[in-house]
Structures are given as C-alpha cells and as structure tokens.
Design a protein around this ligand. Structure first.
Ligand code: F6R
Length: 610
C-alpha cells in the first residue's frame, strides 16, 4: 500500500529519501512527504499528488542539510489525499515525526482520549494520533515510548519515527505490515519493500510483529514489544531484485508482459528436473505429509484469485480432489470448515496482501496444512506458510499484474499434475505429456505475444468510446474472462464485467444492445459449441464481439469478425495464452485512452490493509 523509507548516514538524507520514494511510488501515489532532522528541529515537506510534486516543492523550499530523515508515499485510507493528511505527521510539540503504513482501527477512541487530555488534531488520518501518543508516552526513553504506544494500537502498522532529542538514530516498528531494516557501511536504512534497499544496503532483516528497531549509522539494535533487547540476523540482499528499469519499453506493464516467457521458465525450472516433477520434495522438505489431504481450499485476492479459479478447475479435473476457491476477504470471515486434512493454498504476488495473510493465519489456527505461491521471497505469507512454491517472475512494478499472474498459473498447473501423480487419478503417459506441454509453455507464450500483439492493438480501438464491456466464457474460459475484465477495467476505467456465458440469459443479457462490446473467451474445445451459442445470442442483440479462440478452430469460426487466435495446446493451459491477449488488449486500450498505465488511479501495488 503506502511506501516508507528512512535513512541515517554521513551523506545528505534528502536525495536518498527521494530515490527510495521513487522505488516505492508504485505502492501508493496520491501524496508524498519527507521529514529530516537538523539543528534540533524536524523539518517536514509534504504535498498531495505524485512524487514529482514533492520534488518541485523541495526545489522551491529546500530543507536544511540533514543526514537523517524519513519519507512516505501514500495511498489514502482515512482522510482525503491532500497535503494536510499526507505523511509525515508531527506530534503537537513537534518532537516526534511519524510515517505510517496500515490502519489503526481504534484511532477514533484514542483520538477522543487524547482530546480529553488536552491534545489537538487538525487532519482526518488515523495516523495523526501516533506521534501524539509518542509525545504523551515519552518519559525519557524513546523505546519505552514506542513500546507503550504500540500496546495501545489495534490494527496494522509499519512506522518510521524521528525524535528531535536523538540525532543518532531512527526508530521503527511494525505489526501486520512489512518493514525491512537495511545496513551498509556507515549508514542505516528502513523501507517497507526491499526493492528500495537493493541499491543502498548490503544486508537486510525483516522486523517481526511488534518488534522495535533503533537504526544508527553503525548498526541496529532490536527490541521486543516490551522494549527488551532481542537479537536478529541480517541476510545478504539478493541483487536480482535490482532489475527495476523499463529497459526501453514505454511502460513497465509492457515490459512485464514481454517478460512472461522468462517468468514462466524461471518459475518452473526449479520444480522440474529431467522431466520429473519435484514438488513432492518441496512438501517433504517442509515436513508436510500430503497423503492425508482430502480437500483443497485456494484463497487469494484480485488476479491471484483468478489464478485460483483456474487452479480449482485443473486440480479437480486431474487429481479428483474437491477444491474450493474463495476471495481471501470473504474466506477469512465466512468461518470456513478446515482441518488437518485440508490444504489451504494462498496465492499472492507480493506475499503481503492483508486479507490473504489473514486467511493464511486463520488456516493455521484451524490446523489446516498451508502452502503459499508467492513472488516476493521473505514476505510475510512466504515466511508463515508451512511450504512455499515461489514464482520467480522478478520484481513486478506495474500495478496491474501480468508476469506474476502467468507464473502463478504455471505453478498451479504443476501442482495439479503433482496431485494427479500422487493420487494416481490419470494415466502416467497422459500426465507426462501434460508436463511436456507445461515445459513448452514459455515458447507458446512467446508465440502468442508475437502473433497477437498487432491485432490486439487494432481491436483495442473497439473499447475506446465504450462505457461498458462484458467478458464471457465457460469453464476455464470463464476464469480467463474474469481476469480479462479486471485487467481492462483497472487501467482503462471502462466498466467491465465477466459472466459465465451460460448465466448471461438469466438477467444480464438485458444490458446487451447495439454495439455493446462483448469479449468471448472460446478456447476450451470441450465446451466450445455451448459458448458459441451464447455468442450468437449476444450477436443477435447487436453486440460487437471480440472472439478469443484456438488457432485450430479458425475454420469453424470463419463466420465471426474480430477473432484473435492463440496457439493450440492442452486445454488446461489455455488460460496462460488467453491472459497474454487480455493483457495486450488492456494495455493498448489504456494507451489509446491516454491513461497512466503503470499507476492507475486509486490503486496501489501491494494491498496491506483490509
Ligand atoms: C490486478 C492485481 C491485483 C492483485 C491483488 C492481489 O492486476 O494486481 O488484483 O492481484 O491485489 O495481490 P497479491 O498477488 O500481491 O496478493
């Protein structure tokens, strides 16, 4: 969600803070701010809008030279996205400055308490009570003040804190919101995301729940929630996370779309050896006995949930294990029936999504076995799951997911094959053949990119000027339609809805009129005829249809206009190829509309609040 950065060293803090905020801006971008500590005073600069607005402000109104500071890029939850509510927030006596990610759920009652005690507030954020609580609880020791403060807070937070009385340290703490401390020779760093540390720090450590860190130029001291010193081990920062350049592409999204063959290849490589699946080894290494699993629950948010929809179909069909797939924010509150024979699979690119993390914790509380499919190593979901299968898509910067989604799909296919082998529900030769298709998937995605990019660019014009679009499909095509609708709506701002094609006539077809855009996913041969009859129904009502189908059906679809053909492969794997088409349609539509493709309005990359 929002991004946090902190620096203490021997160089000027502001360039470090602004650079760090640039690396984090994809996490939230409706306002930004920094605070630096110099001459016994905290100076704050903050403004609404993008980071560029903060940079302009800094040019006009530079701060004093300082070697210690914190910064924030915000995605508003409480209070308008204006400069008053932008972070950092100061305590009333201006001795504490705080930046915060997360949500303080009891902020209203704490604010009332503080107001009764004589403190004043001017903004609307849940954050503003934190520096005031620090001021109130400060009794000569900052660690104790932090410890006393976080004990009063309900909800989630990652905090970076400056204190006027201490020019030698920045402080930080977190609960259910990520915070990483980095060190390098002569400098200490704080960030909510490791991508902001790779250029500046050599080693890092992730703060645990309610842990507190005191970060200086020469090292870091850690404390538990009661302020007792604790030891934590640093690990070397993986340089591979450095690759966050556009490399000549106009947008990160386009670059990431074209990185998909590599993302899939890198993801499946460690899971297959000499044509044999190694997923069993991963389960065994984690100490998990999968033999007793008689039910699988997949849970995730957004696109990752759509991966789950595909996974449900493929696992059930191949391994004959019942699979439920739930949106994590529903799963966590619907009191799901879970036990030690249930495997809960949590899918998440960031590994930090608040609802997915809560769903994982719920599964663990109920003694279910847990597996996560995660792209960011050392994220909370990865760290807390019994077993992790990593997607190796590399850093994904565009807010709309592309390569991480494709990498997730490839893991779910492999899991389905693994369970089918284990449960002996399909013939070995058939599973071997399917494995062969999965190994060939990067090449097919490459081919799809080459063959469909131009036509997608062309057909994207069909969306321009439309207020609504409908995406239909059956079975696996329906899962693909859900992802396609999300992809277009999030960056084009066109209202898009996905429907199971057979469901349309139960109400929604009343919305279809002349020139309504309908995208029909018609790749699954096993159900093609049924899908086509639904396509005919919308055409009969004047819809303008874009049809996504398999190359081998070109002949039988010759009567349809606006067809996009993907290469043939196993039906199970077609969602990977349909995803490429949807991403390209989405990208070129948003480009045609002149939208901010990598940072669409109201969104943020990593959703660390519920
Ligand atoms: C859509 C998109 C989101 C994420 C969702 C879950 O393009 O990116 O819908 O899929 O917010 O995020 P992760 O996978 O990080 O848990």
């Amino acid at each position: 969600m929002c991004g946090i950065i902190g620096y203490i060293g021997n160089k000027l803090a502001v360039p470090y803070l602004l650079k760090g905020l640039h690396d984090l801006e994809y996490r939230g971008y409706d306002s930004a701010g920094i605070a630096v500590l110099a001459d016994n005073e905290i100076e704050v600069r903050k403004t609404e809008g993008r980071l560029s607005a903060l940079e302009k402000l800094m040019d006009k109104k530079p701060t004093k030279n300082a070697t210690i500071g914190i910064g924030h890029t915000r995605w508003a939850t409480h209070g308008k996205a204006d400069s008053l509510n932008a972070h950092p927030h100061l305590s009333e006596n201006k001795r504490f400055a705080v930046v915060h990610n997360g949500i303080i759920e009891n902020h209203a009652s704490l604010q009332k308490m503080l107001e009764r005690e004589g403190y004043h507030f001017i903004g609307q954020t849940d954050t503003q009570i934190i520096p005031t609580l620090l001021e109130r609880n400060y009794n000569g020791d900052v660690i104790n003040a932090i410890s006393d403060t976080i004990k009063m807070l309900d909800g989630s937070f990652a905090l970076a804190i400056l204190f006027v009385g201490d020019t030698e340290n920045i402080y930080c703490t977190c609960r259910s919101s990520p915070l990483i401390v980095g060190i390098s020779k002569g400098s200490g760093h704080i960030a909510s995301d490791e991508t902001a540390l790779v250029r500046v720090a050599s080693q890092s450590v992730r703060l645990g729940k309610d842990e507190i860190a005191k970060v200086s130029r020469d090292g870091v001291s850690f404390f538990d929630e009661n302020g007792k010193p604790v030891k934590k081990a640093f690990k070397k920062i993986e340089r591979s996370t450095l690759d966050i350049q556009k490399n000549g592409y106009e947008h990160f999204m386009l670059k990431e779309i074209y990185e998909q063959p590599k993302a899939i290849k890198d993801t499946i490589r460690p899971l297959i050896e000499n044509g044999k699946l190694r997923i069993g080894e991963y389960f065994r290494e984690s100490g998990m006995d999968t033999g007793s699993i008689n039910r699988i629950c997949i849970t995730a948010c957004g696109s990752a949930y759509h991966t789950g929809l595909v996974g449900k179909h493929v696992i059930e069909r191949l391994a004959k294990v019942p699979v439920e797939c739930d949106i994590a924010s529903e799963f966590r509150y619907r009191q799901p029936l879970l036990d030690e024979n249930t495997l809960v699979i949590v899918i998440s690119q960031s590994g930090e999504t608040a609802d997915s993390l809560a769903a994982l914790r719920l599964a663990k509380d109920k003694k279910a076995k847990t597996l996560s499919v995660v792209n960011v190593p050392s994220s909370a979901i990865a760290e807390e799951s019994d077993c992790v299968l990593y997607t190796r898509a590399g850093p994904e910067i565009a807010v709309a997911t592309t390569k991480a989604y494709s990498a997730q799909l490839s893991v779910l296919y492999l899991l389905a094959v693994h369970f089918a082998f284990e449960k002996k529900t399909e013939k070995k030769e058939e599973l071997d053949a399917l494995l062969g298709h999965i190994i060939n998937l990067p090449g097919l995605v490459e081919k799809t990119l080459k063959k469909t990019a131009e036509i997608c660019k062309e057909y994207s014009k069909i969306f321009i000027g439309s207020e609504h679009a409908y995406f239909i499909g059956r079975s696996l095509d329906y899962a693909s339609a859900c992802e396609a609708a999300l992809k277009i709506k999030e960056i084009s701002y066109i209202h898009c809805e996905a429907y199971a094609a057979g469901e349309l006539k139960h109400g929604t077809i009343s919305l279809i009129e002349k020139d309504t855009v309908v995208v029909a996913h018609a790749c699954c041969k096993s159900i093609l005829k049924k899908t086509l009859s639904n396509v005919m129904e919308v055409i009969a009502r004047g819809a303008k249809v874009i049809l996504i189908a398999c190359e081998s059906d070109r002949e039988i679809l010759s009567e349809f206009d606006n067809c996009i053909f993907v290469p043939d492969t196993s039906e199970y794997l077609l969602p990977s190829l349909e995803a490429v088409v949807s991403q390209l349609l989405s990208y070129y539509t948003a480009k045609g509309l002149g939208n901010d493709i990598d940072k669409p309005r109201n969104l943020a990359k990593s959703v660390t609040v519920e």
